[in-house]
Write a protein that binds this ligand. Structure first.
Ligand SMILES: [Mn+2]
Length: 356
C-alpha cells in the first residue's frame, strides 16, 4: 500500500511527458482506405496513419463501486508501460497526470441505496471538462477508475464531436449494460448508471446536465453477460444494439462489430470506446471487482482492438474497472496495455496491403 500511495503522490503532482520520434514507420500497417486521423484531421486516402498525439488522463475514481481499489488503476497502467508501448508505435504520448473531482457539496436523493452522490457528481463535471479539453488535438485515453468515469468522459467527448460537426458513436465493451438511473439502482453503485446518463435518460437530476446526449441507435454493446431483470427490460425498450455472449458464441465477435463500424463510417462519425476490463474473461483478467465467467477470450479481445484500429474511427478510449488490488502480479494491467497497443496499431504480424 505504501508503494502505491507513493506512486499516486508522484503522478498526481507531476506531468510526465513521453515523446518518441516516429522512426517505427516500418512497423505500422499501410492502410489503403480513406483513413481519418483519429484526432479529427483527415489523412489523405492511401496514406499510412500519421503518428497521433495521445493524451493520457488518470481518473482515480472508485466511489461508484462497492469495492475499493480502482483508484489505483491509472498508476497500474502507467507501471505496466502504457505510455512506452504507445510511443514505441510512433505516437507522441503525453501524460496529463491524475484528475481530481469538482466539489459540488453534499447531495440528497430519495433512493436510500445511493452512496457517494456528491463526489460522483463532482467527478462527472470535472471529467466532462477534462475530456472536452483533452480531445482537442488527438485521442485521449482515460485511465480509470470505475465505470462511473464514462458518464463524464462521454459527456466531454460528445461536446467535442458536436463542435467538429460529427455524430458521436459509443462502443461499450462490458459484461454489464450499466443502464440504471438514480431511481432504479438497488445496489446504489453509480458505476451501473453511465449509459442511461449519456443517452439522456431521465433520473439524473443530481448530476450535471448531459450537454449533448448520445443517440441510442449510435450505441453498441459487446460482451454482455450479467444483466438484472429490471435492467434487461429497460434496455430492451431502447434502440441500443446489445450483443451478448450467446450471440458472440453463435456468430463470432467480428460480425456485430463490423456491422457497427460500418454504421459509424456511413455517418462519418467519431467513435468513443469504453472498455470495461470485465469484458474479458476473468481467467485472463482477474483484476476486477465483479468477475463474471464466460467473457471475451484473449483472441477475441485482440481481434476487436485490431478491427477498431483498422476502422480508423476511434477518437477516444476509456479503460474502466481495473482494480490492481485484485491483480495477480500485474498480469491484468499488462494484458490491458497490450490490448490498447493493438487498438493503436500494434500487430502480431504485419499484413502487407497492396497499393490501391
Ligand atoms: Mn461497466
Amino acid at each position: 500500500m505504501q508503494v502505491w500511495s507513493l506512486f499516486w503522490l508522484v503522478t498526481a503532482h507531476f506531468t510526465v511527458v513521453v515523446w518518441a520520434e516516429s522512426d517505427t514507420g516500418s512497423r505500422r500497417v499501410q492502410h489503403t482506405g480513406n483513413r481519418p486521423d483519429i484526432g479529427g484531421t483527415r489523412v489523405p486516402g492511401g496514406a499510412a496513419a500519421a503518428p497521433l498525439d495521445i493524451t493520457l488522463v488518470g481518473v482515480p475514481v472508485d466511489c461508484g463501486s462497492a469495492y475499493r481499489g480502482c483508484l489505483m488503476g491509472p498508476d497500474a497502467l502507467r507501471v505496466a508501460g502504457l505510455a512506452e508501448s504507445l510511443s514505441e508505435l510512433g505516437h507522441r504520448v503525453s501524460d496529463a497526470g491524475n484528475l481530481a473531482p469538482d466539489l459540488p457539496g453534499p447531495r440528497e436523493h430519495t433512493n436510500p441505496a445511493i452512496h457517494d452522490l456528491g463526489p460522483s457528481a463532482g467527478w462527472v463535471s470535472a471529467l466532462s471538462d477534462a475530456a472536452f479539453a483533452a480531445s482537442a488535438d488527438g485521442p485521449p485515453i482515460f485511465l480509470g477508475g470505475d465505470h462511473l468515469m464514462s458518464a463524464g468522459t462521454v459527456s466531454g467527448v460528445a461536446r467535442r464531436a458536436g463542435k467538429r460537426g460529427r455524430p458521436l458513436f459509443v462502443l461499450w465493451l462490458d459484461a454489464h449494460t450499466d443502464f440504471h438511473d438514480l431511481n432504479s439502482t438497488r445496489s446504489g453503485n453509480l458505476h451501473g448508471t453511465p449509459v442511461a446518463y449519456f443517452t439522456g435518460r431521465a433520473g439524473f437530476e443530481a448530476f450535471p446536465p448531459m450537454p449533448a446526449p448520445v443517440a441510442e441507435e449510435r450505441v453498441a454493446m459487446l460482451g454482455i453477460r450479467s444483466v438484472d431483470a429490471e435492467e434487461a427490460a429497460r434496455i430492451g425498450g431502447t434502440a441500443i444494439a446489445v450483443t451478448d455472449m450467446r450471440a458472440i458464441d453463435e456468430v463470432g465477435i467480428a460480425r456485430p462489430l463490423r456491422a457497427f463500424l460500418d454504421r459509424v463510417a456511413a455517418e462519418d462519425g467519431d467513435l468513443h470506446v469504453s472498455f470495461d476490463v470485465d469484458f474479458l474473461d476473468p481467467d485472463i483478467a482477474p483484476a476486477v471487482g465483479t468477475t463474471v465467467p464466460g467473457g471475451a477470450t484473449f483472441r477475441e479481445a485482440h481481434l476487436v482492438m485490431e478491427m477498431l484500429h483498422d476502422s480508423g474511427r476511434v477518437t477516444s478510449l476509456d479503460i474502466a474497472e481495473l482494480n490492481p488490488f485484485l491483480d495477480d502480479r500485474g498480469r491484468t494491467a499488462r494484458l490491458v496495455v497490450d490490448l490498447v497497443a493493438s487498438l493503436f496499431g500494434k500487430r502480431v504480424m504485419d499484413r502487407p496491403t497492396r497499393a490501391a
